[in-house]
Design a protein around this ligand. Structure first.
Ligand code: KIV
Ligand code: NA
Length: 265
C-alpha cells in the first residue's frame, strides 16, 4: 500500500477527506490497526497510563517511548507513525528538544514527533523543525501540564484562554508544524481553528468540525473499562470478551479438558 506522509494529510484536509488516528504502543496491535487502514498511529505518552498503569503521563521516559515507538514502527506498512515527546524531554531548552527528537527518529524509526503547548515551546518547535523532523502540535487539554490545570475538565471555555489557543494554533502553523491535535475544547472553538489554519486539525473531544479524529485505542476497543468521558465512543467491549475468554481457559484447565487429544503431540 502507498505510505501516508505528512503531505498526504495536508492533501486530505484540502480534499475534505477526514483523517483517522489512533494510539498504538506495541507491535501486535499496531499491525492490526495498520491492516484495518488507519491513517495515523500515535505512539502517545498515554502509554504511561494504558501500558504502565501510572496515574498521569508524566513518569514515562524517553527510553520507554522509544521502546514503544520502535515496536509500532516494525508493524506498519502504510500509516504515518507520530511519537509523543514525553514530559521533561523538550520543555527545558531547544537543544534538549532537538536531542530528544533526534533520538526518537534515529532509535525508533518514527516518522514525526508531537509536543504539547504553544508559545511556551516555540523555540523548541522551531529547532526540531529546522532539523527536518516533522512536528505535530497539541493544544487544549495538555495532560503533561495536569498539575498546572488541576483537573481534566474542558479547556478554553473562557474568551482569554480561547484567544490564546487560536494564537498558539496560528503560531504552530507559521512555525511549520504539519498538523495539530486539539483536546477537549468546545466544538465551536475547534471549528474556528480548523477553518483559520491550513494544516490538518485532529480532534479528541473537540467535536466534528475538524479535519480528523483521534482516540486512545484501548478506550475505543473497550479494554479500559473505567474511563468514560463524553467524547469517547466505544466500538467494542473487549473487556468482557477477554474476561470471558480467560475465565473459560481457567475452567478448562481446572477441569482438565484442555488440552485434549488433538492438542497433544
Ligand atoms: O498520548 C495520547 O494518547 C495523546 C492523544 C490523546 C492525542 O496525546
Ligand atoms: Na500524549
Amino acid at each position: 500500500p502507498k505510505r501516508i506522509t505528512t503531505h498526504t494529510l495536508l492533501e486530505m484536509k484540502q480534499k475534505g477527506e477526514k483523517i483517522s488516528m489512533l494510539t498504538a504502543y506495541d507491535y501486535s496491535m499496531a499491525r492490526i490497526f495498520d491492516s484495518a487502514g488507519i491513517d495515523v498511529l500515535l505512539v502517545g505518552d498515554s502509554a504511561s497510563n494504558v501500558m504502565a498503569g501510572h496515574e498521569t503521563t508524566l513518569p514515562i521516559t524517553l527510553d520507554q517511548m522509544i521502546y514503544h515507538a520502535s515496536s509500532v514502527v516494525r508493524a506498519v506498512k502504510r500509516c504515518l507513525v507520530v511519537v509523543d515527546l514525553p514530559f521533561g524531554s523538550y520543555q527545558g531548552n531547544s537543544s534538549e528538544a532537538l536531542r530528544s527528537a533526534i533520538r526518537i527518529m534515529k532509535e525508533s524509526g518514527g516518522h514525526a514527533i508531537k509536543v504539547e503547548g504553544g508559545s511556551e515551546i516555540k523555540e523548541s518547535v522551531l529547532r526540531v523543525l529546522s532539523a527536518g523532523v516533522p512536528v505535530m502540535g497539541h493544544l487544549g487539554l495538555t495532560p503533561q501540564s495536569i498539575y498546572k490545570f488541576g483537573t481534566y475538565t474542558v479547556r478554553a471555555k473562557e474568551e482569554a484562554e480561547a484567544q490564546k489557543l487560536i494564537e498558539d494554533a496560528k503560531m504552530l502553523e507559521e512555525c511549520g508544524c504539519f498538523a495539530l491535535v486539539l483536546e477537549k475544547i468546545p466544538s465551536k472553538l475547534a471549528k474556528r481553528v480548523a477553518e483559520e489554519i491550513n494544516i490538518p486539525v485532529i480532534g479528541i473531544g473537540a467535536g466534528p468540525h475538524v479535519d480528523g479524529q483521534v482516540l486512545v485505542s484501548h478506550d475505543l476497543l473497550g479494554i479500559t473499562n473505567e474511563f468514560k468521558p463524553r467524547f469517547l465512543r466505544k466500538y467494542a467491549d473487549l473487556h468482557s470478551i477477554m474476561i470471558e475468554a480467560v475465565a473459560n481457559y481457567i475452567t478448562d484447565v481446572k477441569e482438565n479438558t484442555f488440552p485434549n487429544e488433538k492438542e497433544c503431540y
